[in-house]
Ligand binder design. Structure first.
Ligand code: C5P
Length: 246
């Protein structure tokens, strides 16, 4: 695993649990945000909006700042292609990268084996289970006629059995997942809103503190930090809330 995230007595520090989503196609904006957050949060998430406009060169400009990166490109293809994509991603030395669990066991095993080639810089390889934008009807329309939580559990187990390190999940799935996949499987949770932040388009939100208390390992936080008047101050405030009483 990439060694750039420190631990204290094996425990992750509150600030290191936060990955800030740089959802922008503007490299100057992304670099300014990244620079202002360096040392305050655990890392940065680069997703499809960033990567499709700015590509690996843009990602390298961000990684050059020395912060851990969650490369959120959600690979979903045949095993050989996903393995190749993971190998290509290793050049960016991500701390976390992800795939869709619905790509199946062989695809996830291929992703995990490809990640092993990074040796000590091996990223955490995590899976997206059911997109939180999909409800029961949406799942039924694609032929999966079960409650979303049932499918989330099935895919999380499959991800674990396939050698993956964790899943992206909603806060409301954390407790059930923890019981199902054990203490070491990483649960990475978006949809986070401090009490003082706007909900934006997120419908079911939890506070950073509640998500950690429920058992999340990492939090993905975008606009409460990136759209704040003072992103560094917003990040400090969230870290203080996470650290309170710890
Ligand atoms: O700005 P905000 O905090 O809502 O950003 C959340 C980030 O997490 C975005 O990059 C979004 O795409 C991502 N995400 C999410 N919900 C999911 C999966 C990913 O909000 N279920």
């Amino acid at each position: 695993m990439n060694s750039s995230v420190n631990t204290t007595n094996g425990k992750i520090k509150p600030s290191e649990r936060i990955f800030v989503a740089l959802d922008t196609p503007d490299i100057k904006h992304a670099l300014n945000l990244a620079q202002s957050l360096k040392g305050l949060v655990g890392g940065l998430k680069l997703g499809k909006e960033f990567f499709t406009s700015l590509g690996p060169e843009g990602a390298k400009q961000i990684t050059a700042l020395g912060m851990p990166i969650f490369l959120d490109l959600k690979y979903h293809d045949i095993p050989n292609t996903v393995a190749g994509a993971v190998r290509s991603a290793l050049g960016l030395k991500p701390f976390i990268l992800n795939v869709h669990a619905s790509g199946g066991r062989a695809m996830m095993e291929a992703a995990a084996h490809a990640a092993d080639e990074a040796g000590p810089n091996r990223p955490l390889v995590i899976a997206v289970t059911v997109l939180t934008s999909m409800n029961r009807n949406d799942l039924a329309e694609v032929g999966i006629d079960v409650e979303p939580i049932e499918h989330v559990m099935r895919l999380a187990r499959l991800a674990k059995d396939s050698g993956l390190d964790g899943v992206v999940c909603s806060a409301k799935e954390v407790v059930a997942l923890r019981g199902n996949v054990g203490p070491d499987f990483k649960l990475v949770v978006p949809g986070i809103r401090p009490e003082w932040a706007s909900k934006d388009d997120q419908k079911r939100v939890v506070t950073p503190r509640d998500a950690i208390d429920l058992g999340a390992d990492y939090l993905v936080i975008g606009r409460p930090i990136t759209a704040a008047n003072d992103p560094a101050e917003a990040a400090r405030r969230i870290v203080a809330e996470l650290s309170d009483g710890q």
